[in-house]
Design a protein around this ligand. Structure first.
Ligand SMILES: Nc1ncnc2c1ncn2[C@@H]1O[C@H](COP(=O)(O)OP(=O)(O)O)[C@@H](O)[C@H]1O
Ligand SMILES: [Mg+2]
Length: 358
């Protein structure tokens, strides 16, 4: 049981206190039901299929052959008599038309599927990945809306710089890892690094460049600007997903303006250039602290966006805590989850003393 005495006596540890800017963002976010997720989903399946088929000049007969579907069934789809084909059919049609990831997304969305269906079975070929310290996301629950939104930003809208912000323990690293796993097939390279132990920007840049070019470290310049320029060339040529987790580690603690610790200013230059210069890759970062560069670069139409991650919902929390064998009425659960602000780490920590009491 969830003892009410524990719930009432709780005071949050420091790392989960909510910075003021975040409280404001949460209040602002609460009113926005992320309606733009559904935008553009206005064309129906037949229309989209026919448009994609005609631009590629694939006859119905040829499409049937390539997708291993009967001509009769293709006619039903192209005439609009059948508008809700199965996931397998949509995937077969997308493969048969050799759709790139954007058109694939459109086709899946027009058939009424969430966008991640499009990337899950998409193959760009061989993804070269270095997952570094990325956590295992086999046990991951909920966050469907956030995953979908981030995926659209990165896969469909080609955002070049995306940040996931929020207090410690709220689930930024898990969300970024799940997202990277889901969309990895839409990239040629995936590269995950945590900044927790504050590596120099030069060492991180050299590692990236090595991954792309197999150039040994000692042939590379030490100048940050030059290294960034070399990296950007690769980001233009190849579609890469770079994840920088724990970005707050290289920022001065306690300043909301996102000042860099002395010697780490090069990370600011990196963000600035990745956000500004046109290329086909994405830098995804997670941070407890807001960043100075982002608001300047950010906009609905620009390829720079950030998401303020707030606590999980009650049903998601129940799932995350499923293995803890807690029982309680709906009302107790609600109070428990609300009290901890839906912070998964805080909820998990809170379960330890609860279980010790049994
Ligand atoms: N969606 C999720 N599903 C399952 N567990 C989660 C989820 N989000 C967070 N957690 C749990 O909460 C802990 C903290 O999450 P984490 O992503 O490390 O937070 P942050 O990076 O924001 O500090 C994780 O170790 C994990 O146990
Ligand atoms: Mg983290």
């Amino acid at each position: 049981m969830l003892p009410s005495s524990l719930i009432e006596s709780y005071s949050p540890p420091d790392f989960i206190t909510i910075p003021k800017y975040e409280q404001e963002a949460q209040i602002a976010d609460a009113g926005v039901e992320r309606s733009d997720i559904q935008r553009e989903n206005t064309k129906d399946f037949t229309e989209v299929l026919e448009e994609l088929r005609s631009t590629r000049q694939v006859s119905k007969k040829e499409l049937a052959l390539r997708a291993n579907l009967s001509s009769g069934y293709i006619s039903l789809l192209t005439s609009g008599a059948r508008k809700a084909p199965s996931e397998e059919t949509v995937a077969a049609l997308a493969d048969a038309l050799s759709l790139d990831i954007n058109d694939r997304l459109r086709l899946f969305e027009a058939a009424g599927f969430p966008s991640h269906y499009a990337s899950l079975n998409f193959r760009t070929g061989n993804v070269k990945a270095d997952w570094g310290e990325a956590p295992n996301v086999q046990v991951f629950y909920g966050r469907k809306k956030q995953l979908e939104e981030l995926e659209k930003w990165i896969v469909r809208d080609h955002c070049q710089l995306v940040s996931v912000l929020g207090m410690g323990g709220i689930g930024k690293t898990m969300l970024a890892a799940k997202l990277a796993e889901t969309i990895q097939n839409t990239f040629e390279y995936v590269f995950w690094r945590s900044l927790q132990h504050a590596p120099s920007v030069q060492s991180i840049l050299k590692e990236y460049i090595q991954l792309f070019s197999y150039q040994p470290h000692n042939n590379l310049p030490d100048d940050v600007d030059e290294l960034i320029s070399i990296l950007i060339e690769y980001l233009r040529e190849h579609r890469c997903l770079i994840v920088l987790d724990n970005f707050e580690s290289i920022l001065e603690a306690g300043t909301t303006a996102g000042h860099y610790r002395p010697g780490f200013e090069g990370y600011g230059q990196l963000l600035q250039r990745i956000g500004e210069v046109k290329h086909k890759s994405c830098l995804l970062l997670t941070s407890r602290e807001k960043l100075r560069e982002i608001p300047r670069l950010e906009g609905k139409r620009l390829p720079v966006r950030s998401m303020h991650l707030i606590g999980v919902e009650i049903a998601e929390a129940e799932e995350i805590l499923k293995d803890e064998n807690l029982q309680g009425t709906d009302e107790t659960w609600e109070r428990f989850v609300k009290l901890y602000g839906g912070n998964p780490l805080a909820l998990k920590l809170a379960c330890e003393p609860i279980q010790d009491r049994d």
